[in-house]
Design a binder for this molecule. Structure first.
Ligand code: GTP
Ligand code: SPV
Ligand code: MN
Length: 587
Protein backbone atom coordinates (compact mmCIF):
# COMPACT_ATOMS: atom_id res chain seq x y z
CA UNK A 1 0.00 0.00 0.00
CA UNK A 2 3.02 2.30 0.35
CA UNK A 3 6.58 2.80 -0.88
CA UNK A 4 7.50 4.76 2.26
CA UNK A 5 10.89 3.31 3.16
CA UNK A 6 10.74 4.19 6.88
CA UNK A 7 7.40 2.39 7.13
CA UNK A 8 8.42 -0.67 5.13
CA UNK A 9 11.71 -1.13 6.96
CA UNK A 10 10.11 -0.89 10.39
CA UNK A 11 7.33 -3.33 9.49
CA UNK A 12 9.88 -5.76 8.08
CA UNK A 13 11.86 -5.58 11.33
CA UNK A 14 8.78 -6.11 13.47
CA UNK A 15 7.69 -8.98 11.26
CA UNK A 16 11.03 -10.68 11.78
CA UNK A 17 10.58 -10.20 15.50
CA UNK A 18 7.00 -11.40 16.07
CA UNK A 19 6.87 -13.94 13.22
CA UNK A 20 3.26 -13.78 11.98
CA UNK A 21 1.71 -16.34 9.62
CA UNK A 22 0.54 -13.51 7.39
CA UNK A 23 0.36 -9.73 7.14
CA UNK A 24 -2.82 -7.82 6.34
CA UNK A 25 -2.89 -4.09 5.65
CA UNK A 26 -6.06 -2.37 6.80
CA UNK A 27 -7.28 -0.31 3.85
CA UNK A 28 -10.31 1.15 5.63
CA UNK A 29 -12.83 -0.41 3.24
CA UNK A 30 -16.20 -1.58 4.56
CA UNK A 31 -15.73 -4.98 2.82
CA UNK A 32 -12.49 -5.64 4.66
CA UNK A 33 -13.90 -4.58 8.02
CA UNK A 34 -17.02 -6.70 7.47
CA UNK A 35 -14.88 -9.76 6.71
CA UNK A 36 -12.95 -9.17 9.94
CA UNK A 37 -16.18 -8.85 11.95
CA UNK A 38 -17.35 -12.17 10.53
CA UNK A 39 -14.05 -13.80 11.36
CA UNK A 40 -14.11 -12.46 14.94
CA UNK A 41 -17.65 -13.81 15.39
CA UNK A 42 -16.68 -17.21 14.04
CA UNK A 43 -13.92 -17.56 16.65
CA UNK A 44 -16.03 -16.19 19.53
CA UNK A 45 -13.87 -13.09 19.90
CA UNK A 46 -16.99 -11.00 19.27
CA UNK A 47 -20.72 -11.64 19.44
CA UNK A 48 -23.03 -10.12 16.86
CA UNK A 49 -25.96 -8.41 18.58
CA UNK A 50 -29.61 -8.09 17.53
CA UNK A 51 -29.53 -6.61 14.01
CA UNK A 52 -32.97 -4.95 14.36
CA UNK A 53 -32.40 -3.35 17.75
CA UNK A 54 -28.65 -2.74 17.52
CA UNK A 55 -27.63 -2.81 13.83
CA UNK A 56 -23.93 -3.37 13.25
CA UNK A 57 -23.26 -3.75 16.99
CA UNK A 58 -21.02 -6.31 18.71
CA UNK A 59 -20.13 -7.49 22.19
CA UNK A 60 -16.63 -8.36 23.32
CA UNK A 61 -15.44 -9.67 26.69
CA UNK A 62 -11.82 -9.14 27.70
CA UNK A 63 -9.98 -11.47 30.05
CA UNK A 64 -11.12 -10.92 33.63
CA UNK A 65 -7.62 -9.78 34.60
CA UNK A 66 -7.59 -7.20 31.82
CA UNK A 67 -10.37 -4.65 32.32
CA UNK A 68 -8.71 -1.23 32.75
CA UNK A 69 -5.56 0.78 32.17
CA UNK A 70 -2.63 -0.43 34.25
CA UNK A 71 -0.85 2.68 35.45
CA UNK A 72 1.67 0.72 37.51
CA UNK A 73 2.87 -1.06 34.37
CA UNK A 74 2.88 2.01 32.11
CA UNK A 75 6.34 3.46 31.41
CA UNK A 76 7.94 6.48 29.84
CA UNK A 77 11.28 5.31 28.43
CA UNK A 78 13.27 8.49 27.89
CA UNK A 79 17.08 8.36 27.80
CA UNK A 80 17.30 10.29 31.05
CA UNK A 81 15.12 9.37 34.01
CA UNK A 82 14.62 13.02 34.94
CA UNK A 83 12.87 13.59 31.60
CA UNK A 84 10.12 11.16 32.59
CA UNK A 85 9.80 13.04 35.86
CA UNK A 86 8.33 12.22 39.25
CA UNK A 87 4.80 11.32 38.07
CA UNK A 88 5.81 8.59 35.61
CA UNK A 89 7.32 5.13 35.84
CA UNK A 90 10.61 5.16 33.97
CA UNK A 91 12.68 2.50 32.29
CA UNK A 92 15.95 2.84 30.42
CA UNK A 93 15.05 2.61 26.69
CA UNK A 94 17.74 0.06 25.87
CA UNK A 95 16.63 -2.17 28.73
CA UNK A 96 12.97 -1.68 27.86
CA UNK A 97 13.41 -2.55 24.18
CA UNK A 98 15.29 -5.69 25.08
CA UNK A 99 12.70 -6.79 27.64
CA UNK A 100 9.78 -6.03 25.30
CA UNK A 101 11.37 -7.69 22.28
CA UNK A 102 12.01 -10.80 24.39
CA UNK A 103 8.32 -10.88 25.32
CA UNK A 104 7.12 -10.10 21.78
CA UNK A 105 9.48 -12.48 19.97
CA UNK A 106 7.55 -15.11 18.02
CA UNK A 107 4.27 -14.10 19.69
CA UNK A 108 2.36 -13.73 16.37
CA UNK A 109 3.04 -17.36 15.44
CA UNK A 110 -0.19 -18.81 14.06
CA UNK A 111 -1.66 -15.31 14.00
CA UNK A 112 -2.10 -12.49 11.49
CA UNK A 113 -0.26 -9.19 11.73
CA UNK A 114 -2.73 -6.40 11.03
CA UNK A 115 -1.13 -3.17 9.86
CA UNK A 116 -3.33 -0.19 10.76
CA UNK A 117 -2.36 3.17 9.24
CA UNK A 118 -4.35 5.77 11.18
CA UNK A 119 -4.66 9.51 11.47
CA UNK A 120 -5.29 11.34 14.72
CA UNK A 121 -7.35 14.27 13.48
CA UNK A 122 -9.09 14.62 10.09
CA UNK A 123 -6.78 13.36 7.32
CA UNK A 124 -4.72 16.23 6.01
CA UNK A 125 -5.59 18.77 8.74
CA UNK A 126 -2.59 20.84 9.86
CA UNK A 127 -3.42 19.68 13.41
CA UNK A 128 -3.31 15.98 12.51
CA UNK A 129 -0.62 13.36 13.06
CA UNK A 130 -0.20 9.87 11.66
CA UNK A 131 0.52 6.56 13.34
CA UNK A 132 0.86 2.93 12.30
CA UNK A 133 -0.25 0.26 14.75
CA UNK A 134 0.68 -3.39 14.32
CA UNK A 135 -1.62 -5.73 16.21
CA UNK A 136 -2.60 -9.39 16.38
CA UNK A 137 -6.12 -8.53 17.57
CA UNK A 138 -9.15 -8.09 15.31
CA UNK A 139 -10.88 -6.39 18.25
CA UNK A 140 -8.16 -3.73 18.18
CA UNK A 141 -8.50 -3.29 14.40
CA UNK A 142 -12.27 -2.84 14.63
CA UNK A 143 -12.01 -0.43 17.57
CA UNK A 144 -9.29 1.59 15.85
CA UNK A 145 -11.51 1.80 12.76
CA UNK A 146 -14.13 3.52 14.92
CA UNK A 147 -11.85 5.61 17.13
CA UNK A 148 -9.53 6.92 14.40
CA UNK A 149 -9.45 7.52 10.65
CA UNK A 150 -7.80 4.42 9.13
CA UNK A 151 -6.71 3.12 5.75
CA UNK A 152 -5.44 4.16 2.32
CA UNK A 153 -6.12 7.88 2.60
CA UNK A 154 -3.84 7.99 5.65
CA UNK A 155 -0.97 6.28 3.84
CA UNK A 156 -1.39 8.70 0.94
CA UNK A 157 -1.34 11.68 3.31
CA UNK A 158 1.86 10.35 4.90
CA UNK A 159 3.66 10.03 1.54
CA UNK A 160 7.34 9.31 2.10
CA UNK A 161 7.57 11.25 5.35
CA UNK A 162 9.28 9.74 8.39
CA UNK A 163 7.07 11.79 10.72
CA UNK A 164 4.78 9.09 12.13
CA UNK A 165 4.34 7.16 15.36
CA UNK A 166 5.30 3.49 15.52
CA UNK A 167 3.01 1.27 17.58
CA UNK A 168 3.47 -2.44 18.26
CA UNK A 169 0.75 -4.32 20.12
CA UNK A 170 1.10 -8.00 21.00
CA UNK A 171 -1.64 -9.79 22.92
CA UNK A 172 0.80 -12.55 23.83
CA UNK A 173 -0.87 -14.61 26.60
CA UNK A 174 -2.64 -11.67 28.33
CA UNK A 175 -0.32 -12.43 31.21
CA UNK A 176 -0.64 -9.62 33.74
CA UNK A 177 2.80 -10.37 35.18
CA UNK A 178 4.32 -9.55 31.80
CA UNK A 179 1.97 -6.71 30.84
CA UNK A 180 3.80 -3.52 29.85
CA UNK A 181 2.64 -0.33 28.15
CA UNK A 182 5.86 1.46 27.16
CA UNK A 183 6.40 4.79 25.44
CA UNK A 184 9.59 6.00 23.79
CA UNK A 185 8.83 9.68 23.18
CA UNK A 186 12.30 10.32 21.77
CA UNK A 187 11.73 7.60 19.11
CA UNK A 188 8.02 8.21 18.38
CA UNK A 189 7.41 4.62 19.47
CA UNK A 190 4.88 2.73 21.61
CA UNK A 191 5.03 -0.96 22.56
CA UNK A 192 2.18 -2.68 24.40
CA UNK A 193 2.27 -6.35 25.39
CA UNK A 194 0.03 -8.85 27.21
CA UNK A 195 -3.19 -6.81 27.23
CA UNK A 196 -6.29 -6.68 25.06
CA UNK A 197 -8.09 -3.84 26.83
CA UNK A 198 -9.00 -0.34 25.53
CA UNK A 199 -6.57 2.31 26.71
CA UNK A 200 -3.74 -0.25 26.87
CA UNK A 201 -4.05 -1.35 23.26
CA UNK A 202 -5.88 1.27 21.17
CA UNK A 203 -2.53 2.95 20.76
CA UNK A 204 -3.89 6.06 19.05
CA UNK A 205 -5.71 7.12 22.18
CA UNK A 206 -3.92 7.67 25.48
CA UNK A 207 -0.54 6.33 24.30
CA UNK A 208 -0.19 8.50 21.18
CA UNK A 209 -2.75 11.31 21.44
CA UNK A 210 -1.71 12.14 25.01
CA UNK A 211 1.62 10.62 26.13
CA UNK A 212 3.56 10.93 22.86
CA UNK A 213 1.63 13.99 21.65
CA UNK A 214 2.12 15.93 24.89
CA UNK A 215 5.88 15.52 24.36
CA UNK A 216 5.60 16.56 20.69
CA UNK A 217 3.43 19.51 21.76
CA UNK A 218 6.05 20.75 24.20
CA UNK A 219 8.76 20.61 21.51
CA UNK A 220 6.58 22.04 18.74
CA UNK A 221 4.68 24.69 20.72
CA UNK A 222 1.20 23.20 21.00
CA UNK A 223 -0.82 21.28 23.61
CA UNK A 224 -2.25 17.74 23.86
CA UNK A 225 -4.73 17.58 26.73
CA UNK A 226 -7.14 15.14 28.42
CA UNK A 227 -10.06 17.42 27.60
CA UNK A 228 -13.51 17.36 26.13
CA UNK A 229 -14.49 20.14 23.72
CA UNK A 230 -18.04 21.47 23.50
CA UNK A 231 -19.83 24.40 21.90
CA UNK A 232 -22.62 26.29 23.68
CA UNK A 233 -25.01 27.97 21.24
CA UNK A 234 -26.99 30.85 22.74
CA UNK A 235 -30.47 31.98 21.61
CA UNK A 236 -28.83 34.46 19.20
CA UNK A 237 -27.15 31.54 17.42
CA UNK A 238 -23.61 32.40 18.55
CA UNK A 239 -21.47 29.42 19.54
CA UNK A 240 -18.74 29.68 22.19
CA UNK A 241 -16.36 26.78 22.77
CA UNK A 242 -15.15 25.39 26.08
CA UNK A 243 -12.56 22.70 26.73
CA UNK A 244 -12.56 20.83 30.03
CA UNK A 245 -10.09 18.49 31.72
CA UNK A 246 -11.55 16.02 34.22
CA UNK A 247 -9.83 12.79 35.30
CA UNK A 248 -11.01 9.46 33.90
CA UNK A 249 -14.64 8.63 34.68
CA UNK A 250 -15.30 12.12 36.10
CA UNK A 251 -17.82 13.34 33.56
CA UNK A 252 -16.17 14.44 30.28
CA UNK A 253 -18.42 12.40 27.98
CA UNK A 254 -21.47 13.48 29.96
CA UNK A 255 -20.61 17.17 29.85
CA UNK A 256 -19.61 17.05 26.18
CA UNK A 257 -23.06 15.69 25.23
CA UNK A 258 -25.09 17.68 27.71
CA UNK A 259 -28.80 18.24 27.08
CA UNK A 260 -29.91 21.72 28.23
CA UNK A 261 -32.55 21.93 30.99
CA UNK A 262 -36.09 22.60 29.69
CA UNK A 263 -35.97 26.34 30.40
CA UNK A 264 -32.75 26.70 28.42
CA UNK A 265 -34.07 24.60 25.55
CA UNK A 266 -37.18 26.79 25.37
CA UNK A 267 -34.98 29.88 25.09
CA UNK A 268 -33.00 28.27 22.25
CA UNK A 269 -29.81 27.08 23.92
CA UNK A 270 -28.01 24.15 22.29
CA UNK A 271 -24.88 22.21 23.10
CA UNK A 272 -22.62 20.76 20.36
CA UNK A 273 -20.07 18.02 20.96
CA UNK A 274 -16.65 18.41 19.37
CA UNK A 275 -14.83 15.84 21.51
CA UNK A 276 -15.25 13.88 24.75
CA UNK A 277 -11.73 12.91 25.84
CA UNK A 278 -8.79 14.51 24.05
CA UNK A 279 -8.05 17.99 22.70
CA UNK A 280 -5.10 19.08 20.58
CA UNK A 281 -4.72 22.84 20.76
CA UNK A 282 -2.64 25.32 18.78
CA UNK A 283 -2.36 29.07 18.62
CA UNK A 284 -4.08 30.19 15.42
CA UNK A 285 -3.07 33.00 13.03
CA UNK A 286 -5.49 35.26 14.96
CA UNK A 287 -3.56 34.62 18.18
CA UNK A 288 -6.38 32.69 19.84
CA UNK A 289 -6.20 29.07 21.06
CA UNK A 290 -7.82 26.65 18.57
CA UNK A 291 -8.69 23.02 19.34
CA UNK A 292 -9.49 19.84 17.47
CA UNK A 293 -10.63 16.46 18.73
CA UNK A 294 -8.06 14.04 17.25
CA UNK A 295 -10.40 11.05 17.70
CA UNK A 296 -13.16 9.78 15.43
CA UNK A 297 -15.34 8.01 18.01
CA UNK A 298 -16.12 7.73 21.70
CA UNK A 299 -14.74 5.09 24.05
CA UNK A 300 -17.23 5.85 26.78
CA UNK A 301 -18.05 4.44 30.23
CA UNK A 302 -21.23 2.32 29.90
CA UNK A 303 -22.51 2.03 33.51
CA UNK A 304 -24.68 4.96 34.48
CA UNK A 305 -25.37 5.88 30.85
CA UNK A 306 -29.15 6.05 30.41
CA UNK A 307 -31.90 8.00 28.75
CA UNK A 308 -31.96 10.53 31.56
CA UNK A 309 -28.26 10.98 32.38
CA UNK A 310 -26.96 11.02 28.80
CA UNK A 311 -29.55 10.37 26.07
CA UNK A 312 -27.12 11.58 23.39
CA UNK A 313 -24.49 9.03 24.37
CA UNK A 314 -27.12 6.31 24.49
CA UNK A 315 -28.39 7.26 21.02
CA UNK A 316 -24.79 7.23 19.75
CA UNK A 317 -24.45 3.55 20.74
CA UNK A 318 -27.51 2.32 18.80
CA UNK A 319 -25.59 1.28 15.68
CA UNK A 320 -22.06 0.41 14.58
CA UNK A 321 -20.91 0.13 18.19
CA UNK A 322 -18.66 -2.35 19.99
CA UNK A 323 -19.55 -3.00 23.63
CA UNK A 324 -16.82 -4.26 25.94
CA UNK A 325 -17.49 -6.09 29.24
CA UNK A 326 -21.20 -5.30 29.56
CA UNK A 327 -23.92 -7.89 30.32
CA UNK A 328 -25.45 -9.87 27.44
CA UNK A 329 -29.23 -10.22 27.46
CA UNK A 330 -29.90 -13.61 25.90
CA UNK A 331 -33.65 -13.10 25.51
CA UNK A 332 -33.29 -10.51 22.76
CA UNK A 333 -29.53 -10.58 22.12
CA UNK A 334 -28.94 -7.04 23.37
CA UNK A 335 -26.75 -5.54 26.07
CA UNK A 336 -27.33 -4.24 29.59
CA UNK A 337 -25.32 -2.44 32.26
CA UNK A 338 -25.93 -1.13 35.75
CA UNK A 339 -27.79 2.15 35.54
CA UNK A 340 -29.21 1.57 32.03
CA UNK A 341 -32.76 1.04 33.34
CA UNK A 342 -34.52 -0.53 36.30
CA UNK A 343 -35.22 -3.71 34.38
CA UNK A 344 -32.14 -5.95 34.40
CA UNK A 345 -32.42 -9.07 32.25
CA UNK A 346 -33.05 -12.39 34.03
CA UNK A 347 -31.66 -14.60 31.30
CA UNK A 348 -28.25 -13.10 30.72
CA UNK A 349 -24.49 -13.57 30.76
CA UNK A 350 -22.36 -11.29 32.95
CA UNK A 351 -19.18 -9.55 31.83
CA UNK A 352 -17.12 -12.52 33.00
CA UNK A 353 -19.09 -14.85 30.75
CA UNK A 354 -21.08 -16.56 33.52
CA UNK A 355 -24.87 -17.13 33.48
CA UNK A 356 -26.46 -14.12 35.20
CA UNK A 357 -29.90 -13.25 36.51
CA UNK A 358 -30.07 -9.50 37.01
CA UNK A 359 -33.13 -9.73 39.24
CA UNK A 360 -31.61 -12.07 41.81
CA UNK A 361 -27.86 -11.90 41.42
CA UNK A 362 -25.76 -9.88 43.82
CA UNK A 363 -22.81 -9.54 41.46
CA UNK A 364 -22.62 -6.89 38.76
CA UNK A 365 -23.69 -7.71 35.21
CA UNK A 366 -21.32 -5.19 33.64
CA UNK A 367 -17.81 -4.31 34.82
CA UNK A 368 -17.75 -0.77 36.36
CA UNK A 369 -15.26 0.19 33.62
CA UNK A 370 -17.21 -1.49 30.82
CA UNK A 371 -17.25 0.67 27.70
CA UNK A 372 -18.89 1.39 24.36
CA UNK A 373 -16.87 2.22 21.24
CA UNK A 374 -19.19 4.33 19.12
CA UNK A 375 -18.68 6.38 15.93
CA UNK A 376 -18.73 10.14 16.57
CA UNK A 377 -20.92 10.65 13.53
CA UNK A 378 -23.74 8.76 15.32
CA UNK A 379 -23.96 11.46 17.99
CA UNK A 380 -27.15 13.53 17.61
CA UNK A 381 -25.37 16.66 18.86
CA UNK A 382 -22.06 16.26 16.99
CA UNK A 383 -20.69 19.67 16.02
CA UNK A 384 -20.44 20.73 12.36
CA UNK A 385 -16.85 21.59 13.17
CA UNK A 386 -15.96 18.06 14.32
CA UNK A 387 -14.75 16.77 10.96
CA UNK A 388 -13.41 20.00 9.48
CA UNK A 389 -9.89 19.94 10.83
CA UNK A 390 -9.76 23.72 11.20
CA UNK A 391 -10.45 23.57 14.93
CA UNK A 392 -12.66 25.69 17.15
CA UNK A 393 -11.58 28.78 19.14
CA UNK A 394 -11.55 28.13 22.89
CA UNK A 395 -13.07 30.79 25.17
CA UNK A 396 -12.71 28.96 28.48
CA UNK A 397 -10.63 26.13 29.89
CA UNK A 398 -12.25 24.26 32.76
CA UNK A 399 -10.55 21.96 35.24
CA UNK A 400 -12.49 19.67 37.54
CA UNK A 401 -12.45 16.55 39.65
CA UNK A 402 -14.34 14.46 42.15
CA UNK A 403 -14.12 16.21 45.49
CA UNK A 404 -16.60 15.31 48.24
CA UNK A 405 -15.55 18.46 50.10
CA UNK A 406 -13.50 21.67 50.01
CA UNK A 407 -13.66 22.56 46.29
CA UNK A 408 -16.62 24.79 45.39
CA UNK A 409 -19.05 24.14 42.53
CA UNK A 410 -17.17 26.62 40.35
CA UNK A 411 -14.50 29.30 40.62
CA UNK A 412 -12.47 31.36 38.19
CA UNK A 413 -8.72 31.73 38.42
CA UNK A 414 -7.27 35.21 38.89
CA UNK A 415 -5.29 35.08 35.63
CA UNK A 416 -3.54 32.55 33.35
CA UNK A 417 -0.65 31.65 35.66
CA UNK A 418 -3.05 31.34 38.59
CA UNK A 419 -5.14 29.11 36.31
CA UNK A 420 -2.10 26.91 35.63
CA UNK A 421 -1.68 26.69 39.41
CA UNK A 422 -5.37 25.72 39.78
CA UNK A 423 -4.80 22.92 37.24
CA UNK A 424 -1.58 21.83 38.92
CA UNK A 425 -3.24 21.37 42.32
CA UNK A 426 -6.14 19.31 40.97
CA UNK A 427 -6.96 16.30 43.11
CA UNK A 428 -9.68 13.76 42.53
CA UNK A 429 -11.03 10.56 44.00
CA UNK A 430 -9.90 7.55 41.93
CA UNK A 431 -12.35 5.62 39.72
CA UNK A 432 -12.64 2.23 38.03
CA UNK A 433 -10.99 3.55 34.84
CA UNK A 434 -7.62 2.34 36.13
CA UNK A 435 -6.84 -0.77 38.17
CA UNK A 436 -6.39 -0.20 41.92
CA UNK A 437 -8.49 1.15 44.77
CA UNK A 438 -11.49 3.34 43.96
CA UNK A 439 -12.40 6.53 45.87
CA UNK A 440 -8.92 7.42 47.09
CA UNK A 441 -8.06 11.12 46.84
CA UNK A 442 -4.98 11.61 44.69
CA UNK A 443 -3.32 14.49 42.90
CA UNK A 444 -4.04 14.55 39.20
CA UNK A 445 -2.68 17.78 37.71
CA UNK A 446 -4.74 18.89 34.68
CA UNK A 447 -6.20 15.31 34.68
CA UNK A 448 -2.86 14.37 33.05
CA UNK A 449 -1.10 12.42 35.80
CA UNK A 450 -1.49 9.10 33.95
CA UNK A 451 -1.02 10.69 30.51
CA UNK A 452 1.79 13.26 30.52
CA UNK A 453 4.63 11.77 28.46
CA UNK A 454 7.42 13.80 30.07
CA UNK A 455 8.47 15.62 33.23
CA UNK A 456 5.36 17.16 34.78
CA UNK A 457 7.39 20.18 35.94
CA UNK A 458 8.35 20.88 32.33
CA UNK A 459 4.71 20.38 31.39
CA UNK A 460 3.67 23.11 33.84
CA UNK A 461 6.38 25.36 32.37
CA UNK A 462 4.97 24.68 28.90
CA UNK A 463 1.53 25.79 30.06
CA UNK A 464 3.01 29.01 31.46
CA UNK A 465 4.82 29.64 28.19
CA UNK A 466 1.65 29.07 26.16
CA UNK A 467 -0.04 31.70 28.32
CA UNK A 468 2.75 34.18 27.60
CA UNK A 469 2.32 33.58 23.86
CA UNK A 470 -1.47 33.91 24.04
CA UNK A 471 -1.33 37.10 26.11
CA UNK A 472 -4.71 38.82 26.36
CA UNK A 473 -6.18 36.34 23.84
CA UNK A 474 -5.73 33.48 26.33
CA UNK A 475 -8.86 31.57 27.34
CA UNK A 476 -10.04 32.24 30.89
CA UNK A 477 -9.40 29.35 33.29
CA UNK A 478 -11.99 27.90 35.70
CA UNK A 479 -12.42 24.97 38.09
CA UNK A 480 -15.63 23.01 38.70
CA UNK A 481 -16.70 20.27 41.09
CA UNK A 482 -20.01 18.49 40.42
CA UNK A 483 -19.35 15.95 43.17
CA UNK A 484 -19.80 17.67 46.57
CA UNK A 485 -21.53 15.29 49.01
CA UNK A 486 -23.97 16.04 51.82
CA UNK A 487 -23.80 14.43 55.28
CA UNK A 488 -25.66 11.38 54.00
CA UNK A 489 -23.25 10.90 51.11
CA UNK A 490 -25.59 12.18 48.35
CA UNK A 491 -24.47 14.48 45.57
CA UNK A 492 -25.69 17.98 46.39
CA UNK A 493 -25.54 19.48 42.90
CA UNK A 494 -27.97 17.85 40.39
CA UNK A 495 -25.24 17.77 37.72
CA UNK A 496 -25.56 16.43 34.17
CA UNK A 497 -27.79 18.75 32.04
CA UNK A 498 -27.96 21.23 34.87
CA UNK A 499 -24.23 21.79 34.55
CA UNK A 500 -25.18 24.19 31.73
CA UNK A 501 -26.21 26.62 34.47
CA UNK A 502 -22.58 26.74 35.51
CA UNK A 503 -21.28 26.92 31.93
CA UNK A 504 -23.55 29.93 31.37
CA UNK A 505 -21.89 31.74 34.28
CA UNK A 506 -18.46 30.77 32.94
CA UNK A 507 -19.23 32.21 29.49
CA UNK A 508 -20.65 35.39 31.02
CA UNK A 509 -17.41 35.78 32.95
CA UNK A 510 -15.49 35.42 29.67
CA UNK A 511 -17.64 38.17 28.15
CA UNK A 512 -17.29 40.29 31.28
CA UNK A 513 -21.07 40.55 31.75
CA UNK A 514 -21.39 39.19 35.30
CA UNK A 515 -19.80 40.09 38.60
CA UNK A 516 -18.13 37.69 41.03
CA UNK A 517 -16.93 37.50 44.59
CA UNK A 518 -13.21 37.47 45.24
CA UNK A 519 -12.00 34.71 47.58
CA UNK A 520 -8.58 33.40 48.53
CA UNK A 521 -8.66 30.81 45.73
CA UNK A 522 -10.24 32.92 42.98
CA UNK A 523 -13.56 34.37 41.84
CA UNK A 524 -16.73 32.62 42.97
CA UNK A 525 -20.25 33.39 41.69
CA UNK A 526 -22.70 35.43 43.68
CA UNK A 527 -25.41 32.83 44.26
CA UNK A 528 -28.08 34.97 42.52
CA UNK A 529 -26.02 34.86 39.31
CA UNK A 530 -26.45 31.12 38.78
CA UNK A 531 -29.83 30.49 37.16
CA UNK A 532 -31.77 27.97 39.28
CA UNK A 533 -35.08 28.32 37.40
CA UNK A 534 -36.89 25.01 36.99
CA UNK A 535 -34.74 23.15 39.52
CA UNK A 536 -36.67 21.09 42.04
CA UNK A 537 -35.29 20.07 45.43
CA UNK A 538 -32.41 22.50 45.11
CA UNK A 539 -32.50 25.90 46.81
CA UNK A 540 -30.33 28.98 46.74
CA UNK A 541 -29.23 27.99 50.26
CA UNK A 542 -27.96 24.67 48.90
CA UNK A 543 -26.12 26.61 46.22
CA UNK A 544 -24.56 28.98 48.74
CA UNK A 545 -23.35 25.92 50.65
CA UNK A 546 -21.46 24.49 47.68
CA UNK A 547 -20.08 27.87 46.61
CA UNK A 548 -18.54 28.55 49.99
CA UNK A 549 -14.75 28.73 50.23
CA UNK A 550 -13.69 27.83 53.77
CA UNK A 551 -10.29 29.28 54.59
CA UNK A 552 -9.54 26.68 57.27
CA UNK A 553 -10.12 23.84 54.78
CA UNK A 554 -8.01 25.59 52.16
CA UNK A 555 -5.22 26.22 54.65
CA UNK A 556 -5.03 22.47 55.15
CA UNK A 557 -5.17 22.03 51.38
CA UNK A 558 -2.32 24.54 50.94
CA UNK A 559 -0.18 22.64 53.46
CA UNK A 560 -0.87 19.45 51.58
CA UNK A 561 0.02 21.13 48.25
CA UNK A 562 3.28 22.33 49.81
CA UNK A 563 4.18 18.69 50.47
CA UNK A 564 3.01 17.64 47.02
CA UNK A 565 5.06 20.32 45.27
CA UNK A 566 8.16 19.02 47.08
CA UNK A 567 7.91 15.86 44.97
CA UNK A 568 8.69 17.88 41.80
CA UNK A 569 12.27 18.30 40.69
CA UNK A 570 11.50 20.89 38.03
CA UNK A 571 8.64 22.94 39.47
CA UNK A 572 8.49 26.37 37.78
CA UNK A 573 9.16 29.33 40.08
CA UNK A 574 5.80 30.80 38.96
CA UNK A 575 3.94 27.96 40.67
CA UNK A 576 5.96 28.30 43.88
CA UNK A 577 5.04 32.00 43.84
CA UNK A 578 1.38 31.11 43.27
CA UNK A 579 1.38 28.82 46.29
CA UNK A 580 2.95 31.49 48.50
CA UNK A 581 0.42 34.05 47.27
CA UNK A 582 -2.43 31.67 48.06
CA UNK A 583 -1.07 31.11 51.55
CA UNK A 584 -0.83 34.82 52.23
CA UNK A 585 -4.38 35.42 50.96
CA UNK A 586 -5.60 32.68 53.31
CA UNK A 587 -4.15 34.44 56.36
P1 GTP B 1 -13.24 8.61 30.69
O1 GTP B 1 -13.83 8.08 29.44
O2 GTP B 1 -12.72 7.53 31.60
O3 GTP B 1 -12.16 9.62 30.44
O4 GTP B 1 -14.44 9.25 31.57
P2 GTP B 1 -15.28 10.60 31.45
O5 GTP B 1 -14.53 11.72 32.09
O6 GTP B 1 -15.72 10.81 30.05
O7 GTP B 1 -16.54 10.31 32.40
P3 GTP B 1 -18.09 10.04 32.05
O8 GTP B 1 -18.75 11.23 31.40
O9 GTP B 1 -18.18 8.76 31.34
O10 GTP B 1 -18.71 9.90 33.51
C1 GTP B 1 -18.26 8.94 34.42
C2 GTP B 1 -19.18 8.82 35.59
O11 GTP B 1 -19.44 10.10 36.19
C3 GTP B 1 -20.54 8.24 35.22
O12 GTP B 1 -20.89 7.28 36.18
C4 GTP B 1 -21.48 9.41 35.30
O13 GTP B 1 -22.77 9.02 35.64
C5 GTP B 1 -20.83 10.30 36.36
N1 GTP B 1 -21.14 11.74 36.13
C6 GTP B 1 -20.92 12.43 34.99
N2 GTP B 1 -21.35 13.72 35.10
C7 GTP B 1 -21.84 13.84 36.35
C8 GTP B 1 -22.42 14.93 37.09
O14 GTP B 1 -22.58 16.05 36.60
N3 GTP B 1 -22.80 14.68 38.37
C9 GTP B 1 -22.63 13.44 38.94
N4 GTP B 1 -23.02 13.29 40.20
N5 GTP B 1 -22.10 12.38 38.28
C10 GTP B 1 -21.70 12.58 37.01
C1 SPV C 1 -9.66 6.99 30.47
O1 SPV C 1 -9.38 6.15 31.33
O2 SPV C 1 -9.42 8.21 30.64
C2 SPV C 1 -10.33 6.58 29.22
C3 SPV C 1 -10.44 5.15 28.94
O3 SPV C 1 -10.73 7.42 28.44
S1 SPV C 1 -8.97 4.47 28.32
O4 SPV C 1 -9.01 4.53 26.87
O5 SPV C 1 -8.93 3.09 28.79
O6 SPV C 1 -7.84 5.23 28.80
MN1 MN D 1 -10.37 9.58 29.27
Amino acid sequence: MTKNQSVLTWIENMKDLVNPDQVLWIDGSEEQLEALRKEACSTGEMIKLNEEKLPGCYLHRTAVNDVARVEGRTYICSKKEVDAGPTNNWMDPEKAYKMLYDIARGSYKGRTMYVIPYSMGPVGSPFSKIGIELTDSIYVVLNMAIMTRVGKAVVEALGDSNDWVRGLHCKCEINEEKRYICHFPEDNTIISVNSGYGGNVLLGKKCFALRIASFLGKNEGWMAEHMLILGVENPQGEIKYISAAFPSACGKTNLAMLIPPEGYKAKGYKVWTVGDDIAWMRIGPDGRLWAINPENGFFGVAPGTNNKSNPNALATTKSGTIFTNVAHNLDDNTVWWEGLDKNPPENAVDWKGNPWNGKTSDVKGAHPNSRFTAPAKNCPCISDEFDKGTGVPISAIVFGGRRAQTTPLVYQSRDWNNGVFVGSIMASETTAAATGAVGVLRHDPMAMKPFCGYNMGDYFAHWIEMGQKLGDKAPKIFNVNWFRLDDEGHFIWPGFGDNLRVLEWILKRCEGTVDAKETAIGYVPNAEDINLEGLEDFTIEDLKGILEVKNDEWTKEADEITEYFKTFDRLPQELKDQLEALKSRLQ
